[in-house]
Design a protein around this ligand. Sequence first.
Ligand SMILES: CC(C)(COP(=O)(O)OP(=O)(O)OC[C@H]1O[C@@H](n2cnc3c(N)ncnc32)[C@H](O)[C@@H]1OP(=O)(O)O)[C@@H](O)C(=O)NCCC(=O)NCCS
Length: 179
Amino acid sequence: MNNPENPQPLAKDAAWPEGLVIRARRPSDAEGIVTLHNMPGYRYGTLRTPHHTPDEIRKGIEIQPANMTGLIALLDGKIVGDAGLTRLANRRVHVGSIGMGVHDAYVGKGIGKALIGEVLALADNWFNLRRIELTVYTDNEPAIRLYERHGFVTEGRMKEFAFRDGSYVDAYSMARLRG
Ligand SMILES: CC(C)(COP(=O)(O)OP(=O)(O)OC[C@H]1O[C@@H](n2cnc3c(N)ncnc32)[C@H](O)[C@@H]1OP(=O)(O)O)[C@@H](O)C(=O)NCCC(=O)NCCS
């Protein structure tokens, strides 16, 4: 029987780190998520700004649109990563957009791999999406490697995509097309 507090991986070949749980985020997760989003490494790789509050995270979860799936990864009840899949509409109904991040103290342990595997299995097998898009800073080598290993290719470079710690940073536009 599938325990809702500890769902089984959607991908049949998934090999998650021992004890990892991936489930939908809830308003009561706001404190753990804000700790994650305020970490320097997480912020450096994403579009997060300093000094997020639990309240803004909780409100964001409460008004989450129906076309978005927000997942968190937990180890021993601690939030160690998150990922989101947003499904587009109308003539782009076959497209999804993803974003993700892992707790600074837990990178390199297979959590990012588990999260992207879960999101891609959701996109492929439950939402029947054909194209998954993301953006990644051009200097974020661990993320680019993770995405390339999961079938993403670079489609273009966006100059001065975002402002980060005092300077502009370029980003790659990457996508994975399902045949
Ligand atoms: C980019 C990011 C998501 C990668 O996640 P991660 O959890 O560190 O990645 P993983 O641990 O799954 O994979 C990294 C390595 O661990 C290895 N690994 C996989 N499973 C493992 C396991 N069970 N145990 C130990 N190592 C494992 C992988 O093979 C990989 O090896 P590599 O370095 O040779 O490629 C993470 O570094 C991060 O969140 N950074 C900050 C925020 C960010 O940049 N987000 C992305 C925005 S585009």
